[in-house]
Design a protein around this ligand. Structure first.
Ligand code: FES
Length: 174
C-alpha cells in the first residue's frame, strides 16, 4: 500500500506552484508585449525626422525681392515614405545669406504672397500684412512669418522644412 499517494497535497506547495505558473505566464506575456510595443511606437516617433532639402541654385534669388520656391520633402511616416511638394518664400540678403519663410500664414494657414508694389507680404484671407523681415504690420496674424532654417552650400540653398501651428502667438512645430 502506498501511503505517500494517499496523503493530501501540501497547500503551501500548491500556492507556490500557482504563483510560479502566474509568474512564468507574465514573463511570456512581457516577452511578446515589448517587441509589439516597439513595433507600434517607434514608427510614430520617426515621423518627425527631418533633413535639409536642396531647393536649388541660390543665384536665382534676388536681393530683398522674395520669390516663391518649391521644395520636394520626403519624410517617413510610420513604415511609409511620403514625398510632397511644398512651397516657401525666400530672398537673398547677400551672396551667401538667405532668408526663408514657411509659406503658410501664421494666422489660419492661408497662402500669402509677396506684393512687389507695396514691398510687403499680404495674406488675402484676413488681410494680414508682413514686412520683408517677417514682422506683422497689420491684420490679425498673431506672430511674424515663420522663418525656416536655411544655409548656402556650394551655391545651393538648403532649407530645413518645418510647419508650425497656426493661430497662436508662439512658434509651435507640428
Ligand atoms: Fe492669413 Fe487670416 S489666414 S490673415
Amino acid at each position: 500500500m502506498n501511503h505517500v499517494a494517499d496523503q493530501p497535497a501540501d497547500p503551501r506547495r500548491r500556492t507556490f506552484m500557482g504563483r510560479a505558473i502566474v509568474l512564468m505566464a507574465g514573463l511570456v506575456a512581457l516577452g511578446w508585449a515589448i517587441p509589439l510595443m516597439l513595433y507600434s511606437v517607434l514608427p510614430s516617433l520617426r515621423r518627425r525626422s527631418s533633413a535639409w532639402v536642396n531647393v536649388g541654385e541660390v543665384r536665382r534669388l534676388s536681393v530683398s525681392q522674395p520669390q516663391e520656391l518649391e521644395m520636394v520633402v520626403t519624410r517617413s511616416d510610420g513604415w511609409r515614405t511620403i514625398t510632397t511638394v511644398k512651397s516657401l518664400w525666400a530672398y537673398r540678403t547677400s551672396a551667401t545669406e538667405v532668408v526663408a519663410y514657411a509659406s503658410m500664414c501664421p494666422h489660419l494657414g492661408c497662402a500669402y504672397a509677396w506684393n512687389t508694389a507695396s514691398g510687403r507680404f499680404i495674406c488675402p484671407c484676413h488681410d494680414s500684412v508682413f514686412a520683408l523681415d517677417g514682422h506683422v504690420l497689420a491684420g490679425p496674424a498673431p506672430r511674424p512669418l515663420d522663418r525656416l532654417e536655411a544655409k548656402v552650400e556650394k551655391g545651393h540653398l538648403f532649407v530645413l522644412p518645418q510647419e508650425f501651428r497656426a493661430g497662436v502667438n508662439q512658434r509651435i512645430p507640428v
